[in-house]
Design a protein around this ligand. Structure first.
Ligand SMILES: [Zn+2]
Length: 345
């Protein structure tokens, strides 16, 4: 007997159509939470806790986190998987049923050829086809899965990197405790494209790698980091008159964000690809200011010179030179960030 095939659905699309508030009210839980701005707090309905401060929901970002037994957080579909103890696929199907989303509208790219053709046909009515691109310039596709089993309060993030739980959740970081896949034993860093779609997880070995064969960072094979600018999807939501700060690494972005400067992006290295240049240009006004703040070492110095040359044709560019050799934006204190960037207009 062949297994009955389940409909393929696009998780991201479904997620964009539902809110945490809708999901909580489906479970008749919404009224049990205390509201404060964009935040809801209450007892964790997943592990059925009683402490009313341990479960928090961000109603704007549509994410949740249990700071107690679950030590886990996630998005709307993750919440349903926990409540129903089901797969993410089943959670997506349930969400479609509960919130009246038609399967046709959220058909994933993995659908069978005829379904795919039908879905493409109906999508073509509302959307113009994207221009054809050469293969190596093909954008990174959005991931169809989410890593579960992330330990948020990991010592590497809290103690070694000095991150707060709020920052960790904001960036979706965590130590992957699963037992399969290339991210086993790594801190994962979700990378989103300009549209906010998850396109990859970068893995960071938590600490100094044990030997020369273990790299500090792991990037999934096939993922082209030259196509993405880390955190640009969030940075473009900051005021247009605020300078855009360009740094090298994930943790430079994350730490500047935590220290109060949120219009910051990383080129994930010390050089800027042409696609990254185009993305940055497209989202920076001609009257805008870009501040290049790469690491104070030979590669960073060469990189900032090249990037400044290329971007200054487009807008005003300042390069930040650190006094100390080997200084990095990540190591700036909140006061230094305020002093360096708080006053810039
Ligand atoms: Zn819980």
């Amino acid at each position: 007997m062949p297994k009955a095939r389940k409909p393929f659905v696009d998780f991201r699309d479904i997620r964009s159509r539902i809110t945490m508030e809708q999901v909580l009210s489906h479970y008749k839980l919404l009224d049990t939470f205390k509201r404060s701005g964009n935040s809801l707090s209450g007892a964790c309905p997943i592990h059925k806790g009683t402490n009313k401060t341990q479960f928090r929901v961000d109603t704007e970002k549509n994410i949740w986190n249990c700071f107690s037994e679950c030590k886990h957080g996630g998005n709307t579909l993750d919440f349903i998987t926990k409540m129903e103890n089901c797969s993410i696929h089943d959670a997506a199907i349930k969400a479609c049923e509960w919130f009246d989303i038609s399967f046709d509208e959220v058909k994933g790219a993995d659908a069978e050829p005829e379904e795919k053709a039908a879905a493409a046909k109906s999508a073509a009515k509302s959307r113009p086809a994207p221009p054809p691109a050469p293969d190596d310039n093909k954008p990174n596709p959005a991931l169809k899965f989410r890593l579960d089993k992330l330990q948020r309060e990991h010592p590497y993030l809290i103690q070694e990197r000095g991150l707060t739980l709020e920052t960790i959740i904001d960036f979706g970081l965590g130590y992957f405790t699963g037992d399969r896949g290339m991210m086993v034993g790594h801190i994962v860093i979700p990378i989103q494209n300009i549209k906010g779609e998850l396109v990859a997880y970068a893995g960071r070995w938590p600490g100094e790698p044990p030997d020369a064969d273990t790299p500090k960072y792991k990037i999934p094979p096939g993922f082209k980091k030259s196509q993405e600018v880390f955190n640009l999807d969030h940075a473009i939501k900051e005021p247009a008159d605020k300078p855009l700060v360009i740094v090298e690494g994930f943790f430079d972005v994350i730490k500047l964000h935590q220290n109060g400067y949120r219009k910051v992006v990383a080129i994930m290295g010390d050089s800027m690809s042409s696609v990254q240049e185009e993305l940055i240009r497209r989202h920076t006004d001609k009257n805008g200011l870009i501040i290049i703040m790469l690491d104070e070492n030979a590669a960073g110095q060469a990189g900032r010179k090249d990037i400044a040359g290329r971007l200054s044709e487009h807008c005003l560019v300042k390069t930040h030179v650190f006094d100390q050799p080997d200084a990095e934006p990540e190591y700036l204190t909140a006061e230094e960030v305020q002093r360096l960037l708080g006053g810039v207009v």
